[in-house]
Design a protein around this ligand. Structure first.
Ligand SMILES: Cc1cc2nc3c(=O)[nH]c(=O)nc-3n(C[C@H](O)[C@H](O)[C@H](O)COP(=O)(O)OP(=O)(O)OC[C@H]3O[C@@H](n4cnc5c(N)ncnc54)[C@H](O)[C@@H]3O)c2cc1C
Length: 387
């Protein structure tokens, strides 16, 4: 005998729980099925444990998708201000860290607490340790887990992407989409550290831990933020942002001294020599990095013409990464359920009435800085108000 609900939501992550609360408060009988023993695990590890829950500068341009217009409607109807109002209603202290990024002052647990309280207000039932194994549709949706069966007229898939498999990420949402004949855009790790080629690893990785502000660009998109050298390659916000746009085999261009000129100091020096060249990077690059970079990109001579060429190189260092660090280290998964298959107002499938997809499983992924949670809330609200 299956347990009957109006709505079944697969996945108790940010999107699933938010959608459940919205629908529950509208009087719908909602069940959320979660394979882990605890809901909202990714929220708990987000933002270094403080959850960067939204970004006050959220715009459609902060999202990647095969259809860049798709996210506009949901984002306009549930804004950062709407989520902030909820955070304030629950008296959760927060602060802006940088670039409009809002974090909890204390802990991400407060955001899972908020979602839990909102779900309770809507009488939502959350079933944990329920690994969904099968979904079928006859007159209604029937969902089987390892030991139970659930039935409902509406099914919301909120099982997230492939990032961080060790905390429960699965391809289940994509599999359900394909089972019902929906297209899925190819997935790839995004907001992910990049791995140097062997030669670049040899050249730079002993500097692991060194960071500098750069402009990282690839595929015509540029981000000015910090870059960090790691034991295997590059990370830091500038690199994570650029990684979402990077294509295998293509170069990444790094401006090592944004809006600064380095070589005039050398030209002005009493004696032009390589120590003056390294010293000229002061304020732009840490000394160890400047020394190494200059050693590996030494100007042909210290003539004015040669220094001008060197200046150009400083602002357009071309690095071709060998790979990304993959889903194990990726903050999000780009690609996913094709937005052509869904209504941008409700997230309902155009082909299969009653079937909805929300959150990261959809082909919408945000920049670093609270945008991915804003998409989870906004797409969750869009579906939660429609079901
Ligand atoms: C380390 C890290 C830090 C991050 N920090 C931030 C941040 O500070 N700000 C920000 O905006 N974004 C951040 N993100 C991204 C953000 O966490 C995700 O985009 C967001 O959680 C997606 O929400 P979701 O509900 O779609 O998916 P998820 O949160 O991934 O939830 C999906 C849920 O479905 C469950 N599930 C999967 N398969 C099944 C199945 N077969 N049966 C039942 N349940 C299943 C999973 O266990 C999971 O609980 C971070 C991501 C990572 C990995």
């Amino acid at each position: 005998m299956s347990r009957q609900f109006d709505v079944i939501i697969l996945g108790a992550g940010a999107a699933g729980l938010f959608c459940a609360a919205e629908a529950g408060k509208r009087g719908r009988r909602v069940a959320v099925l979660e394979r882990s023993e605890r809901p909202g695990k990714k929220i708990l590890i987000s933002g270094g444990g403080r959850c960067n829950f939204t970004n006050i500068h959220c715009k459609p341009e902060n999202f990647l998708s095969a259809n860049p217009h798709f996210a506009k409607s949901a984002l306009a109807r549930f804004t950062p201000a709407d989520f902030i109002a909820l955070v304030e209603k629950h008296r959760i202290p927060y602060h802006e860290k940088t670039l409009g990024q809002l974090f909890c002052d204390r802990s991400a647990v407060e955001i899972t607490g908020l979602l839990d309280a909102e779900c309770q207000a809507g009488k939502v039932q959350v079933f944990t340790a329920q690994r969904v194994t099968e979904v079928n549709k006859g007159t209604e949706f029937v969902v089987r887990t390892e030991d139970q069966e659930f039935g409902s007229s509406t099914l919301v898939v909120a099982t997230g992407g492939l990032s961080i498999p060790k905390i429960g990420a699965t391809s289940f949402g994509y599999d359900v989409a394909r089972q019902f004949g929906l297209k899925v855009q190819p997935t790839r790790p995004a907001l992910v550290p990049l791995v140097f080629s062997r030669a670049d690893q040899k050249a730079y990785c002993d500097l692991a831990g060194v960071s500098a502000e750069v402009i990282a660009s690839t595929n015509g998109i540029a981000f000015r933020e910090k870059m960090l050298i790691t034991h295997r390659g590059l990370s830091g916000p500038a690199i994570l942002q650029a990684s979402s746009y990077w294509e295998r085999g293509k170069p990444l261009t790094l401006d090592l001294a944004p809006e600064r000129v380095i070589t005039p100091a050398v030209q002005r020096a009493k004696f032009r020599n390589m120590s003056e060249v390294v010293a000229a990077f002061q304020g732009s690059l840490p000394r160890r990095f400047a020394e190494r970079w200059v050693e590996l990109h030494e100007p042909e001579s210290l003539s004015n013409a040669s220094l001008e060429k060197f200046e150009d190189q400083i602002h357009s260092w071309s690095v071709t990464p060998a790979d990304t660090e993959g889903y194990e280290k990726a903050e999000v998964t780009a690609g996913g359920v094709d937005t052509d298959e869904l209504s941008s107002k409700t997230m309902e499938s155009r082909k299969v009435p009653g079937l909805f997809f929300i959150g990261e499983v959809v082909d919408v992924s945000g920049h670093l800085g609270g945008f991915n949670f804003q998409w989870a809330w906004a797409s969750g609200a869009a579906a939660g108000r429609a079901i």
